[in-house]
Design a protein around this ligand. Structure first.
Ligand SMILES: Nc1nc2c(c(=O)[nH]1)N[C@H]1C(S)=C(S)[C@@H](COP(=O)(O)O)O[C@H]1N2
Ligand SMILES: [Mo]
Length: 315
């Protein structure tokens, strides 16, 4: 019997394929229906098949999987770089739904697998730059956010897209602290043209497998020409709105973190320069910092979005 068999084996013996196969069988058996493809259990990294995208930055050496998955910012699980990898396993990422609401023709609670269904998974190798001054090159797997936006049919009055992370004190060790680090839930936003830009993706994996929890499983935003904090993790809500939405870091310190957060070596953070960066993995005290590039090196693709805007004022 399927159920007794799976109860008798220890989790480490279950491969992602077994999980996938068993769930399909159980669903088909119980409902007497053809089961929809089940989203692989994100607790264990499961392989994803993705096509390579020409929008990748292929010239640079990839940051190791180890560094990408152990040097994280995900304050819901603590503020040390190592904390998310240690603590984020408590977040239950299956099943997972994303509520789409606001100024759209098709508001609904979409299961992650349905949200990405009419799109094909692509590998996008992107340079990523954190406002703290470090950078990585990450092989994401995801879909253009534009595909999702088109499907839900925003109204003409929708000028911005707002995003919200799950807020689950029982599953997040860092949100119930005595002095709150941030005003939870974590929220972010993009202007509609930024959200529709072909470089903007919803990532569901990295290095060819489903996202580890510390990187924002099961689904997170990736906007490579902006500072890392715009890349909101474990998204549970996407809202289409008329007015510029609030963002977590801007609420926390509006003189330090603006709504746009475009990578810009000419506009310093009030407490430190943004002119250079340290590439994670290029260790050693004497390794030279790299110059930070305008729009993180994506200026050819995105500069026209900001024509005529004063980027010192709209930082
Ligand atoms: N919900 C949530 N999303 C978040 C953060 C966070 O603390 N909470 N940190 C941001 C910051 S500052 C960065 S640099 C990136 C880091 O993503 P990574 O750990 O996958 O590299 O996630 C962003 N998304
Ligand atoms: Mo960051």
């Amino acid at each position: 019997m399927l159920i007794r068999r799976s109860a008798n084996i220890v989790p480490s013996e279950i491969t992602p394929r077994d999980v996938y196969f068993n769930r399909r069988q159980l669903m088909a058996g119980a409902a007497g229906l053809v089961a929809a493809a089940a989203w692989p259990d994100a607790l264990r990294a499961a392989p994803l098949s993705a096509t390579k995208s020409p929008l990748s930055a292929t010239d640079e050496k990839l940051t190791s999987r180890k560094d990408i998955t152990t040097y994280n910012n995900y304050y819901e699980f603590g503020t040390d770089k190592a904390s998310p990898a240690q603590n984020a396993h408590t977040l239950k990422t299956t099943p997972w739904t994303v509520k789409v609401d606001g100024l759209v023709a098709k508001p609904a609670a979409y299961a992650v697998e349905d949200l990405i269904k009419e799109s094909s998974l692509e590998e996008r190798i992107y340079r990523m730059r954190c406002v703290e001054g470090w950078s990585m090159v990450i092989p994401w797997v995801g879909i253009p956010l534009a595909d999702v936006i088109k499907r839900v049919e925003p109204q003409g009055s929708a000028k911005y897209v707002a995003f919200e992370t799950a807020y689950r004190p029982d599953e997040m060790s860092g949100v119930d602290t005595l002095i709150p680090i941030l005003d939870w839930p974590y929220v972010e936003g993009l202007r509609m043209d930024e959200a529709m830009h072909p470089l903007t993706i919803l990532a569901v994996g990295l290095y060819g497998e489903t996202l580890p929890n510390q990187n924002g499983a099961p689904i997170r935003l990736v906007v490579p020409w902006k500072y890392g904090f715009k890349g909101i993790k474990s998204i549970t809500r996407i809202s289409f709105v008329e007015k510029q939405p609030e963002t977590s870091w801007n609420k926390q310190a509006s003189n330090e973190y603006g709504f746009y957060a475009n990578v810009n070596p000419a506009v310093d953070h009030p407490r430190w320069s943004q002119a250079t960066e340290r590439r994670i993995g290029e260790g050693g005290l004497f390794v030279k910092r790299r110059p930070t590039l305008m729009f993180n090196g994506y200026a050819d693709q995105v500069a026209q979005l900001y024509m005529g805007m004063d980027l010192k004022k709209f930082y």
